[in-house]
Design a protein around this ligand. Structure first.
Ligand code: ATP
Ligand code: MG
Length: 411
């Protein structure tokens, strides 16, 4: 991608109406655009990051047997009435809309109901199970507060997987597998060192749910972390009784602010029973399907990465989620040198390297470096008349101060 044709620019000034670091940096870098409070559009650089995160999630979900679908945003109230989740008194964050004839519709804030209903067409016998179905899809939630940039939006992407199992045992096995897959996802996104499996409130069918909480002062949650055991307890279930049952010692726990980047839940028959998702077992007996739900917010994950990986000059993307692998910054002004810089760009691309090429003629070296720091691509390659005289380029990692001279032929 040539920066001279990239339609976005960087901004020197921080947006006035943003309190969160992630929104400030991502807006200034041209990754996202704020439409209104809690509603953000993704621009070319931002979409590349988001897609990388989505693909990591997709790979790990496919690895544990996930099958991808794409369900609708628009929701039929009749379905949600059957599980008692249509009423605004019970679910306080619905966005609702209506047809021309006045019939009410909902805009999905989660998808247990429609997917359970859909599975009734395909699940009849024990032979049709287990099934693991997921999507990466837009959710709408009328959140009360939205001051954490892309970490808490009113319109946001969610990866939601739902498991359909024949027995508690089969469910538990997948549930444990999903934990490993989740840890792998956060690890691959660069959050491995500060993300903890966290015991949180469970509901009717299990004692606990598990959250994946990443330590950051910008998080809205408070958790108590055992850093040696690498587990944590959410404040909402932090009692002496719970600590004892988990074998945790109060003295080993540190109170931290954190953001919930993912959440897994045992649902049991909470949805399958009222909606009638049943299967016939080996003995011809009818049972309700055992379900689980497994969520991750790719946008929230991206915001969390931005919160953690930055310095006073801008972002420092971990390689796996960076918009590009290389920022090729050309300071060349005359035609022969520009041609050589173009050659370097074309060669890198031919080798399959993802390159953002700052080929702008009119920007100063200082402005280019400031932009490059702000955008935060992990590796910077600088080409100038000076380096070309030695058939070389300067290579600098975003997280290092010094650059090294590297021969062009060994790039
Ligand atoms: P929270 O407790 O933060 O409100 P939640 O427990 O309601 O979130 P889930 O319904 O479990 O969240 O959603 C699954 C995942 O979707 C969350 O772990 C989070 O990563 C993401 N998510 C939830 N709400 C939002 C939001 N408003 N904006 C961005 N991502 C979100
Ligand atoms: Mg939560």
């Amino acid at each position: 991608m040539r920066q001279s044709i990239l339609f976005t620019n960087t901004l020197k000034e921080s947006p006035k109406d943003e309190q969160s670091k992630n929104a400030e940096l991502l807006i200034r870098g041209g990754f996202i655009n704020k439409e209104m409070a809690g509603v953000y559009s993704y621009l070319p650089l931002g979409l590349r990051v988001l897609n990388k995160i989505n693909n990591i999630i997709r790979e790990e979900m496919n690895n544990i047997g996930g099958q991808e679908v794409h369900l609708t945003v628009l929701q039929n109230p009749e379905l949600w009435k059957q599980t008692n989740r249509w009423s605004d008194e019970i679910i306080d964050n619905w966005f609702k809309t209506s047809l021309k004839n006045g019939t009410e519709l909902g805009m999905g804030f989660t998808h247990e109901e429609p997917l359970t209903q859909l599975m009734k067409s395909y699940v009849h016998s024990y032979k049709d199970l287990p099934a693991y179905v997921y999507q990466i899809q837009t959710k709408f939630r009328n959140e009360k507060r939205s001051k954490s940039g892309i970490m808490r939006c009113r319109e946001f992407l969610m990866k939601d997987l739902y498991s359909f199992s024949r027995s508690q045992e089969e469910h538990d096995k997948f549930y444990e597998k999903s934990k490993d897959a989740y840890l792998k996802i956060f690890e691959r996104c660069g959050l491995g060192n500060n993300t903890y499996i966290t015991f949180a409130s469970g509901g009717v069918f299990s004692k606990y749910s598990h959250e994946f909480q990443t330590l950051t002062d910008s998080g809205e949650d408070t958790i108590f972390v055992d850093k040696t055991k690498k587990i944590a307890v959410n404040k909402e279930v932090y009692t002496d009784e719970v600590l004892t049952s988990l074998g945790l010692d109060k003295k080993e726990l540190v109170e931290e602010k954190a953001v919930e980047v993912g959440n897994i839940f045992t649902l049991g028959t909470k949805y399958s029973e009222p909606l009638g998702l049943k299967f016939t077992d080996e003995n011809g007996k009818e049972n309700s399907v055992i379900m689980g739900s497994y969520g991750i917010g790719p946008g929230r994950l991206m915001g969390t990465v931005a919160e953690i990986f930055n310095d006073e000059s801008g972002l420092l993307w971990p390689e796996a989620v960076a918009p590009f692998a290389v920022h090729l910054v050309s300071l060349c002004k005359d035609e022969a040198d520009i041609k050589k810089a173009d050659d370097i760009y074309n060669n890198l691309i031919a080798e399959g390297v993802e390159v953002l090429y700052d080929d702008r003629i009119d920007a100063s070296a200082g402005a280019k470096f400031a932009d490059s720091d702000l955008i935060g691509i992990p590796k910077r390659i600088i080409v100038s008349t000076k380096t070309l005289a030695e058939e070389s380029v300067e290579v600098k990692q975003r997280n290092e101060k010094e650059s090294v001279l590297v021969k062009i032929h060994s790039l």
